[in-house]
Design a protein around this ligand. Structure first.
Ligand SMILES: C[S@@+](CC[C@H](N)C(=O)[O-])C[C@H]1O[C@@H](n2cnc3c(N)ncnc32)[C@H](O)[C@@H]1O
Length: 295
C-alpha cells in the first residue's frame, strides 16, 4: 500500500514537473534523464516508477495480457520459444531476464522436454521486481519443475547482474521478453547479456516494435491509445499503468535501431531486415531479435 502510494506521488510529481517545464523535467541530481513513456524523468526515478507499475498490476498481469491481446501474446511467446528450439542440441543453461511471472521460462522447459525428452535444460529467472517473481513461483508450484534444479528465481537488475552470481561466459541462451523497453539503459542490458553468455551462445529478445503498414499502424494506434488505457481503468483499476505501457512501446527504438544496438554490444546478427536480424510478428506489432556472441 505504502509503495503504491509513493509511486502515485512520484508519478504525479513527475507529471507536474513535465507540465511546468513544457515537457522538460527539473534538473535531476545526476543530470541525466530517461524516457518514461512520453515523459522525460530524472534517470534515477525511472526504476522506481517502473517498479511501481508492476507492483500495481502484478495480480492481474497474466489475465490482462490475455484480455488486451485476445490471447495473441501466447502465440507470440510460443513462436519465440519454438524459434529458439531449446533442447535440440542437448541441454541448455538459460537465463530469462525480466522474466516476471515465468511464462517464457515455462515454455523453454516444456519445449525441451516435450520435443527432445530433455529434463536437464534449466532456466534462471531474473527480475527486478520481487512481486512479479513471487507470481512466477506460484505458477511453477503447479508444474513438475517445482523444487527441481531446472528452475530458479533471482531478484536483480538486468543492467547490472551481480557478477558473483551471474558469472562471465556462463549461459547458452539469454532471453528477454517484453522487458527490455522498461530498462533505463538498453545498452547496459545488452552489455550484461553479452558478458554472461558463452561464446557461440544466443541472445533473443521478444519486444513490441514498429508497424510498417500505414493502415495497420493507424488501427493499432486507435486500439492502443483509446482502448487499452480504458480497459486498464475498468478491468484493473489502473489507467496510468496501461497508458504507460502503450507509450513505452512507441518510444522503443525501431527494429533497425535496436538491431544496431545489439551489434554495438558485440553480437553478430543477420542482415538489417525482417527475416535477418529480426523477425516481425503481425506486421511488426512485435518482433523477435536475435544475436550470437562470437567471442
Ligand atoms: C511486461 S513484464 C514481462 C515479464 C515476462 N518476461 C513476460 O513475458 O511475461 C516486464 C518485466 O520486466 C521487469 N523489469 C523491468 N525493469 C527491469 C530491470 N531493470 N531489470 C530486470 N527486470 C526488469 C519488470 O519487473 C517486469 O516483471
Amino acid at each position: 500500500m505504502l509503495a503504491r502510494a509513493l509511486y502515485r506521488i512520484r508519478w504525479h510529481r513527475s507529471s507536474i514537473l513535465v507540465r511546468n517545464n513544457h515537457m522538460q523535467t527539473s534538473r535531476p541530481s545526476s543530470g541525466r534523464t530517461a524516457s518514461f513513456g512520453f515523459r522525460t524523468v530524472p534517470e534515477e526515478d525511472k526504476e522506481f516508477l517502473v517498479k511501481g507499475v508492476f507492483d500495481s498490476i502484478v495480480s492481474t498481469y497474466d489475465q490482462m495480457n490475455d484480455t488486451l491481446s485476445f490471447g495473441v501474446h501466447r502465440l507470440w511467446r510460443d513462436t519465440f520459444v519454438d524459434s529458439l528450439k531449446p533442447g535440440r542440441k542437448g541441454p541448455l543453461r538459460c537465463i530469462d531476464v525480466a522474466g516476471g511471472t515465468g511464462s517464457i521460462a515455462l515454455r523453454i522447459l516444456d519445449h525441451a522436454r516435450e520435443k527432445y525428452a530433455d529434463r536437464e535444460t534449466s532456466v534462471e529467472i531474473v527480475d527486478i521486481n520481487a512481486q512479479m517473481l513471487a507470481e512466477g513461483q506460484k505458477r511453477f508450484k503447479k508444474t513438475m519443475y517445482h523444487y527441481t534444479p531446472q528452475v530458479s528465481f533471482h531478484e536483480a537488475n538486468a543492467q547490472e547482474l551481480p557478477s558473483s552470481q551471474f558469472k562471465d561466459n556462463t549461459y547458452d541462451l539469454y532471453t528477454i521478453a517484453f522487458g527490455v523497453r522498461y530498462c533505463t539503459s538498453i545498452p547496459a542490458v545488452l552489455k550484461e547479456a553479452h558478458r554472461v553468455l558463452k561464446p557461440g551462445a544466443t541472445f533473443a529478445c521478444l519486444e513490441f516494435s514498429k508497424v510498417g503498414n500505414p493502415l495497420l499502424s493507424a488501427l493499432y494506434d486507435q486500439y492502443s491509445f483509446n482502448v487499452i488505457p480504458f480497459l486498464g481503468a475498468i478491468l484493473a483499476g489502473d489507467r496510468d499503468s496501461y497508458q504507460y505501457f502503450v507509450e513505452s512501446i512507441r518510444t522503443f527504438p525501431s527494429q533497425p535501431e535496436f538491431a544496431q544496438m545489439i551489434r554495438d554490444a558485440g553480437f553478430v546478427t543477420g542482415g538489417n531486415h525482417d527475416g535477418g536480424a529480426w523477425t516481425e510478428l503481425w506486421g511488426g506489432v512485435a518482433s523477435i531479435h536475435t544475436g550470437v556472441k562470437i567471442m
